[in-house]
Design a binder for this molecule. Structure first.
Ligand code: UD2
Length: 300
């Protein structure tokens, strides 16, 4: 892809920063980010960084200068969504709606909405297909689903070229283990490196579909290149499940530090099994890296 004006909301974040790196050399990137949970405080020289809110007039102005909008900015802390549901709603629903309304009459190439596997709630059937019922277990899951519904409605009502992605458990070197919402992988690595026992909530037999941020970027790229994706939703996972006990063993093995596991009560509302059906993404040519060991090695 070349010479496109791409607006990446949340461009300082875990996903947005990698998307920026993928596209900035041949395209004109603008980042809109409120710097609330930034993983990056610097961006490449020719990237236009705007610190601001997706709910404000600034967002509208930037959408008007874009060919492609990739909307990754969000309130992503599930706990916070329980403690401050209105804040979560404002950011994830009103913010998304502001961008969609601004995009409505433009001639965008694509509007990519980052949803979440949280929209499914507790899966009744795995692997989870995109047609699986959506019964979120948190305000966060509801707000991501509402944003997705608005986005797809804008596609049907106004022909806005919307595509939605539902990531499963993303890992990347830019996940800060000190953030309360950061994922289990970065927590395990941080603990084992500093010679502290990893904590496992529950029996550790729960499973997750861990996907590298590089694969998320690859899926975005396939979506940007395809003209058969408008109005569709894509799971972003690997299609393989890893249980948390296995994950902790693997992290300890790779770091070379065997520690006792500190087992704690399961987290309230924790999903037991989660794994994506990725047949839709595979039809686009998506081939995620199934070697978690390699991904973990990069992080370590
Ligand atoms: C993921 C997303 C979250 C939301 C949710 C929807 C991440 C980081 N979070 O939460 O944003 O979309 O899915 O369902 O991707 N665990 C331990 N020890 C730890 C930390 C976690 O045992 O120190 C367990 C935890 O109880 C869970 C599993 O590991 O069973 C994965 O936890 P997580 O916090 O990485 O992600 P998850 O799936 O709760």
């Amino acid at each position: 892809m070349k010479n496109k004006r791409i607006l990446i909301t949340g461009g300082l974040g875990q996903v947005g920063s990698y998307l920026t790196e993928r596209y900035y050399e041949n395209n004109e990137i603008t980042i809109l980010d409120n710097a609330s949970s930034s993983y990056r405080d610097t961006v490449p020289e020719n990237v236009n960084l705007v610190i601001g809110d997706i709910q404000g007039p600034e967002a509208v102005r930037l959408v008007n200068q874009a060919d492609i909008v990739i909307h990754t900015a969000a309130q992503i802390d599930v706990n916070k969504s329980f403690n401050q549901p209105s804040f979560d709603c404002d950011t994830n629903i009103q913010g998304t709606l502001n961008l969609l309304a601004a995009s409505k009459d433009l001639n965008l190439d694509k509007f990519i909405y980052f949803s979440s596997a949280a929209v499914y709630g507790d899966p009744i059937k795995i692997p989870v297909h995109e047609s699986h019922p959506t019964e979120p277990l948190s305000p966060y899951g509801v707000s991501k689903l509402a944003g997705e519904k608005y986005a797809l409605m804008y596609q049907r009502a106004f022909d806005l070229p919307v595509v939605a992605i539902r990531p499963f458990n993303i890992y990347s070197p830019r996940q800060n283990p000190l953030n309360p919402y950061s994922g289990v992988i970065s927590k395990f690595i941080e603990h084992v490196k500093s010679n502290q026992s990893p904590t496992i909530f529950g029996d550790g037999k729960q499973t997750r579909d861990f996907i590298s941020v590089h694969d998320i970027v690859n899926l975005v790229n396939l979506i940007l290149k395809s003209n058969k994706v408008i109005g569709k939703v894509f799971n972003a996972g690997t299609g393989t499940q890893t249980n948390i006990n296995t994950l902790s063993d693997l992290v300890m093995e790779l770091i070379g530090n065997e520690l006792e596991i500190n087992y704690q009560e399961a987290r309230p509302g924790d999903i037991y099994h989660s794994v994506a059906d990725i047949s839709a993404a595979k039809k686009l040519g998506f081939k995620p890296d199934l070697n978690l060991k390699r991904g973990l090695t990069e992080l370590i």
